[in-house]
Design a protein around this ligand. Structure first.
Ligand code: IMP
Ligand code: MG
Length: 173
């Protein structure tokens, strides 16, 4: 039987999201910000985050990405299945991702979005998993750092399961 080890409960999540939202609001407060949520994993985090942001003009868009490779690790070769629909040239963009693991997915996405000539592009992740990083990339905003382990809940899945859990767990197989 897989075992779910609690990492963050509802209160801890709310508190950490509020801290990150405050930082983002301070950094972009007077301007316009385009949030690019990475489907599917980031939609729960994004939904909570935007309701804590006080940025003047907030635009929400999404990308859907597929990564080729074995199931537990990305190959880094990603394909954009659904691109953003917003014009981002000259605009400030913030990628909102569920988890930064090897870093290959976000690095590739950032490169793709850079081709559209935004003014700036930063990264916000709910979880930063530092142990398996394969490329030099850091999140500009991060709610929680873990060393390793497989994390589920609050949008994060294992083979599409566990996304609906309101709290964050480590899955032990
Ligand atoms: P990266 O390219 O290795 O950084 O992979 C990032 C993607 O892999 C994330 O967007 C997740 O979809 C998935 N992923 C990596 N680690 C985990 C995890 O611990 N739990 C759930 N999904 C994960
Ligand atoms: Mg994902």
């Amino acid at each position: 039987m897989p075992e779910l080890i609690p990492i963050l409960d509802k209160d801890a999540i709310a508190q950490k999201v509020a801290v990150v939202a405050k930082k983002i609001s301070l950094d972009y407060g007077e301007g316009e910000l385009i949030l690019v949520g990475v489907l599917k994993g980031a939609f729960v985090f994004l939904a909570d985050l935007i309701r804590q942001l006080t940025v003047d003009k907030l635009i929400i868009d999404f990308v859907r990405i597929s990564s080729y490779g074995v199931e537990s690790e990305t190959s880094g070769k990603i394909r954009i299945l659904k691109d953003i629909e917003t014009e981002i040239a000259g605009k400030d963009v913030l990628i909102v991702e569920d988890i930064l693991d090897t870093g290959l997915t976000v690095a590739h996405l950032r490169n793709e979005l850079k081709l559209k000539r935004p003014r700036s592009i930063k990264i916000c992740t709910m979880i930063d998993k530092i142990e398996r990083r394969r490329i030099n990339i850091e999140s500009d905003y991060c709610c929680h750092r873990v060393k390793g382990g497989f994390i589920v809940g609050y949008g994060l899945d294992y083979a599409e399961a566990y996304r609906n859990l309101p709290e964050i767990f480590e899955l032990k197989m």
